[in-house]
Design a protein around this ligand. Structure first.
Ligand SMILES: Cc1cc2nc3c(=O)[nH]c(=O)nc-3n(C[C@H](O)[C@H](O)[C@H](O)COP(=O)(O)OP(=O)(O)OC[C@H]3O[C@@H](n4cnc5c(N)ncnc54)[C@H](O)[C@@H]3O)c2cc1C
Length: 634
């Protein structure tokens, strides 16, 4: 008889940002995971540190922002650009730019700076709350998708790094979050394509400094006659300095080139002249060689997946590594949840690679442009002095221009997934004429914009897009317009949701009879949460009178669109206006579990709206839906 082995829903190798976020999501949603890391202890200092605006928004949605902020991170609102002064007189500030400019509709328009270890600890604490942990110091020695067990097709062998104790387990999914050097990626034979052949060696130093340099508490990029440097403020009054030590464009380039701490400090002193800088303490110093690369595949068999630095590496300057890792993990987590929860066809897992690889390609293109400008020899003081109209002076502006034009992308709000079964487009198999109503301002594949509304039950002003926590469910936002006008359409919408064959009823919870009275988000189904927003003042809204029981059950998710928004100063219902939905008609916005807009549908009298939703979900759910006319009672 074959030996019985411990089984898992997912075995995750690596407990850096990508592995931990995947582990947290799956553990929260009830999956059995094993997360191993070959280091004895979590990251103590240094490494990645920048949480971009969209990532902080995500962490808030996971209920983790407060724990991050408890570490009192630095917040960067501005970037200052410094360049050489004419006549060799040192450097001067040539401009400032918002790190997340106003044209980006962000809840948190700043970068949060905190070292990777503190961020990892927030995730590890969350794992503990859900009965999981990181197994250290363990590593992987082999794996095989042998299919011997149809439910747990992948066998994984693990080993304790010090004692050599061994363990063999079976799993539904194996994930490599091993960082840039990945055993799993190598075993799969997945190649890294080097997009930009140029590689760099960076010196990175975190410490407490004394200086009269005025911008030490904001992010700065500094070009001088003595080299270039980047300054980033950190938690606990620390400052990070990045200095490029070598570049493969140098005549004498050596990727193993090192610089001592003292050499880097001496360079920093030269670059910052006429200002002084001295160190009270250095917390972390590392020399960090990095080339640009992207994995050719993120999976081969849709059982063994790769993510994070294992799939993409690039310079640290734009602070994207950890953020991209977060979104890789999130993208895979909810798709695994939909498949393993019995909701979606296994084929949806293909979209992990297509969606995330295209974002990594965009990131590397941006990074190559930015890094080239950062590394290019800057004009000498004499050249700049003579050069108001010269080409070199133009180069300095080009750097600022690239920074500005890329702000949306680097903030995380520019992430746009292309059309596929989740992100509706005219090529989608769902063809109802109710999709994409005229005037709607939303773009499928992009984040739903933030909107402030009043929660009807308690009169709290709340952030609509944050009201549904990251629970793996699709978020159905019913913008119900003016109640007197849309009453019939809302009633028909509810009646059609209740039909036994509707997308909604087809995925009813098995334990529906036992669901707690206090369940706010998933009273009927683990895959949907519904929010209803009326274009009316809160005082005029009485839930029991306005909403049929299926919608009234979500009483904590009924809102009044009566909060003034500076972006829509003349709108009576700013959230409707922001979405581009007519208050006389309303509309339905379906948002994916990760907050990206899936589709927008007109709200109409009769069955059309739910029929369109049946068509939309019918494109990827694991059951046939939308055919029977029988009624169900939820
Ligand atoms: C030395 C260093 C310095 C860095 N400095 C910066 C910086 O200054 N700024 C910046 O933005 N980014 C920096 N980065 C990159 C940044 O840390 C990553 O972009 C980010 O952490 C990506 O997260 P990840 O989870 O994909 O990988 P990682 O954070 O690298 O996590 C991978 C984890 O997997 C573990 N692991 C690896 N292989 C195995 C294995 N076979 N078995 C078990 N466990 C394994 C590792 O110990 C690690 O804990 C640095 C990376 C390194 C390695």
């Amino acid at each position: 008889m074959p030996e019985s082995k411990e089984t898992y829903d997912a075995v995750i190798i690596g407990a850096g940002p990508v592995g931990l976020l995947l582990a947290v999501c799956l553990a929260r949603w009830g999956y059995k995971i094993k997360n191993v890391d070959n280091r004895e202890i979590p990251t103590l200092t240094g490494r990645a540190d920048g949480i971009q605006p969209r990532s902080l928004h995500l962490l808030r949605n996971m209920g983790l922002k407060r724990q991050i902020m408890a570490h009192e991170p630095a917040k960067v609102y501005e970037v200052a650009f410094w360049d050489p002064l004419p006549g060799g007189k040192g450097i001067h500030r040539t401009g400032n730019w918002a790190s997340c400019p106003k044209f980006i509709d962000a809840r948190y328009p700043f970068t949060t700076l905190l070292h990777q270890g503190l961020i990892e600890r927030v995730f590890i604490n969350d794992l503990h709350k859900n009965g999981a942990d990181v197994q250290r110091p363990w590593t992987i020695t082999g794996f095989n998708n042998d299919g011997h067990d149809e439910h747990y097709p992948v066998e994984v062998t693990l080993k304790h790094v010090q004692t050599n104790e061994r363990e063999t387990v079976r799993t539904k999914y194996l994930f490599s979050g091993e960082g840039a050097r990945s055993f799993i990626r190598d075993q799969l034979g997945v190649k890294i394509r080097h997009k930009d052949p140029i590689s760099h060696v960076w010196g990175v130093m975190d410490g407490i400094v004394r200086t009269d340099f005025p911008d030490v508490k904001t992010k700065c990029t500094i070009h001088s006659d003595h080299g270039s440097i980047m300054i980033i403020p950190r938690e606990n009054d620390m400052v990070r300095l990045y200095i490029q030590i070598a570049s493969s464009t140098d005549k004498d380039f050596n990727p193993r080139k090192r610089a001592t701490l003292e050499e880097v400090q001496a360079s920093a002193k030269m670059i910052l002249q006429p200002y002084y800088i001295d160190w009270d303490r250095v917390e972390w110093y590392s020399v960090y060689p990095i080339g640009q690369g992207i994995a050719e595949k993120y999976t081969i068999d849709h059982r063994v997946f790769l993510g994070g630095d294992c799939c993409h590496t690039h310079s640290p300057k734009a602070g994207q590594g950890m953020n991209t890792a977060f979104h890789d993990a999130l993208n895979l987590a909810w798709k695994i949840h939909l498949v393993e929860g019995g909701f979606a066809k296994r084929s949806i897992l293909h979209t992990y690679e297509t969606e995330r690889k295209s974002i990594a390609e965009d990131l590397l293109n941006f990074d190559a442009k930015y890094a080239a400008l950062f590394s290019r020899r800057k004009p000498s003081a004499g050249e700049v002095g003579a050069a108001n109209e010269s080409k070199e002076a133009g180069e300095v502006n080009e750097f600022v221009e690239v920074f500005k034009s890329s702000a949306e992308f680097t903030s995380g709000y520019g992430i746009a997934y292309g059309p596929n079964q989740f992100n509706w487009s005219p090529d989608h198999s769902a063809q109802s004429h109710l999709f994409n109503p005229k005037g709607n301002a939303l773009r499928t594949g992009r984040i739903m914009p933030p909107a402030n509304v009043t929660r009807v039950v308690d009169a709290n002003k709340v952030q609509l897009e944050q009201e549904i926590p990251l629970n793996g469910s699709f978020r159905i936002f019913l913008f119900a317009g003016v109640p007197s006008t849309t009453q019939r359409a809302v009633a028909d919408f509810a009646a059609n949701l209740e039909k036994q064959s509707s997308f909604y009823s087809s995925f009813q919870r098995k334990d529906i009879a036992a669901v707690s009275y206090h369940e706010r988000h998933n009273p009927h189904s683990r895959f949907f949460t519904i929010c209803t927003t009326f274009a009316a003042p809160r005082a005029q809204l009485e839930i029991a009178k306005l909403l049929p029981p299926i919608l009234a059950r979500y009483s904590d998710h009924v809102y009044a669109d009566d909060v003034w928004d500076p972006r829509f100063p003349d709108a009576k219902a700013a959230a409707h206006a922001k979405m581009g939905l007519d208050v006389g008609m309303g509309g339905v916005v379906v948002v994916r579990p990760d907050g990206h807009v899936a589709c927008v549908i007109s709200l109409v009298e009769g069955g059309g709206t739910v029929d369109a939703l049946n068509e939309y979900f019918g494109a990827f759910v694991a059951k046939k839906i939308g055919k029977s006319k029988m009624q169900a009672h939820l």
